[in-house]
Design a binder for this molecule. Structure first.
Ligand code: SAH
Ligand code: F3S
Length: 439
């Protein structure tokens, strides 16, 4: 038996891809995943290039792996994901001890590439974009917990001016609707209760159906909600562009869809949104939120923000702050703008000092944390439906699970609650963590 060690950075798509790589490599009982890198014969790095820091981490990590390879030259090092797709051959130039470079759309070819390297010890590279081919090779999904993620589409066509994703994951392409439903039903039969539909832009989903029609995202959610055993549906990530009324209607009539939506706005300044090429205004965004609230009054919205985008003035930043107050977001992710080579924004003049950007980020995150805490406080005394994921403390029989808005809740319960939805009355609140009593 040979051991593989896999390190994954980045988004949920990368996590999903890595789980598929593992299942493909373990398929013939030739390889087994290990958490102990010292034992591993094959080292795989699934990389992220969304921001410069993530990209730089790759070569630092490879430098550490080089030492392992110096001690054992038989070790095979494979680099995949977004950095691999973007850098291609240059990975070998910067790290000549790497054996394999594979792309976001060619990870299913990794087992073959590994056996070829084993035979002739020649470096291999394959960063092509064979459309959806990888899904034909993925094995039937296996339950790992009571919630599962499934990729419904790949790539992105939006070309927001700051973003590398269209270059690293290719053009938007939707998986056939029946394949998605089939895989979810397999997971449901294994006991999965919550499904997270994954894609860079899930609301642009247009999956072909068996009778040559197109299944849109709203219809897909309705079809998933009809699968027996699936009682909670989430999706990541959607875009305010193409967030059409039919999707808002699903919030009205499909209770299994959570009352929580991650809808990244990025900035509260229309000038910056235009420079970002986001193709919507703050007014458009606000209008979507208003419609969502009328369809689902208890909905909570979260967002991503980029601070210090080229040309962002103090006034633009203050517009973002006002917008955050207006929408009253529940949680959010925020980042300092990172210049990515090859993107449109990389050609824009960026005159704001890094220290100023850090101050803005700090200020914005402070506000977000306050709002998150306020939302949590509102949950005090309420009854929440919690999907119980497991034991958090065996001695006290404390269980943990998540609410619809992704807060972790701990409470005292019994073993048979694991994998079930349990009503929990919240009696202690922190920003991201709650405690309660089941009944
Ligand atoms: N399709 C997804 C984008 C995924 S990238 C969406 O629209 O949400 C996740 C987040 O990373 C983005 O929302 C953005 O806030 C951030 N991001 C992407 N490129 C960035 C860059 N160059 N600098 C800083 N943050 C960036
Ligand atoms: Fe990136 Fe914009 Fe697409 S943020 S993933 S180019 S929607």
């Amino acid at each position: 038996m040979k051991y593989i060690y896999i390190q994954t950075w980045g988004c949920q798509m990368n996590e999903y891809d890595s789980s598929m790589i593992i299942s493909l490599l373990e398929k013939n009982n030739e390889y087994l995943v290990t958490k102990n890198i010292e034992k591993a014969h094959i080292l795989i790095l699934n990389t992220c290039s969304i921001r410069e820091k993530a990209q730089e981490k790759v070569f630092h990590q490879l430098g550490r792996w080089k030492k392992l390879k110096n001690n054992n030259p038989d070790i095979i090092i494979a680099v995949g994901g977004c950095v691999a797709t973007q850098e291609g051959k240059q990975i070998f130039e910067r790290a000549n001890y790497v054996d394999i470079v594979f792309g976001t759309q060619t990870l299913h070819r990794l087992p073959k590439m590994i056996s070829e390297v084993k035979k002739n010890r020649k470096p291999k590279i394959d960063i092509n974009f064979p459309k959806l081919e990888k899904f034909n090779y993925f094995l039937k999904p296996k339950k790992k917990g009571f919630t599962a993620s499934i990729s419904i589409m790949e790539g992105c066509n939006k070309y927001c001016s700051f973003c590398v994703v269209p270059y690293t994951r290719g053009n938007e392409i939707s998986r056939p609707c029946d394949d998605v439903l089939f895989e979810i039903s397999i997971l449901a039969k294994q006991g999965v209760r919550e499904i997270n539909l994954l894609g860079q832009n899930v609301n642009a989903y247009q999956g072909p159906t068996f009778n040559k029609k197109i299944c849109y995202f709203s219809e897909l959610i309705r079809l998933v909600s009809e699968i027996e055993g699936i009682d909670r549906i989430r999706f990541t990530t959607s875009n305010p562009l193409e967030f059409t009324d039919d999707i808002i209607e699903v919030y009205r009539d499909t209770p299994k869809l959570v009352s929580f939506l991650h809808l990244p706005v990025q900035s509260g300044s229309n000038k910056i949104l235009k420079l970002m090429k986001r193709s919507y205004t703050t007014k458009d965004y606000q209008y979507i939120v208003e419609k969502l609230i009328s369809a689902r009054p208890d909905i909570q919205i979260s967002s991503d923000f980029i601070v210090g985008f080229p040309g962002e003035s103090e006034i633009d930043f203050q517009k973002t702050i006002s917008f955050i107050k207006k929408i009253n977001f529940d949680m959010s992710f925020s980042f300092i703008y990172s210049n990515r080579p090859g993107t449109l924004a990389s050609t824009l003049k960026d005159e704001t000092h890094l220290e100023e950007k850090k101050t803005r980020l700090y200020f914005l995150q402070n506000l977000i944390n306050i709002q998150t805490m306020m939302w949590s406080r509102k949950m005090f005394g309420s009854t929440q439906s919690v999907l119980v994921e497991g034991l958090s403390n065996a001695d006290t029989m404390e269980l943990y699970g998540r609410t619809e808005n992704n807060r972790i809740v701990t409470f005292v319960g019994t073993h048979d609650m694991i994998g079930q939805f349990v009503n929990v009355k919240i009696n202690e609140v922190h920003a991201y963590r709650l405690k309660g009593t089941s009944f």
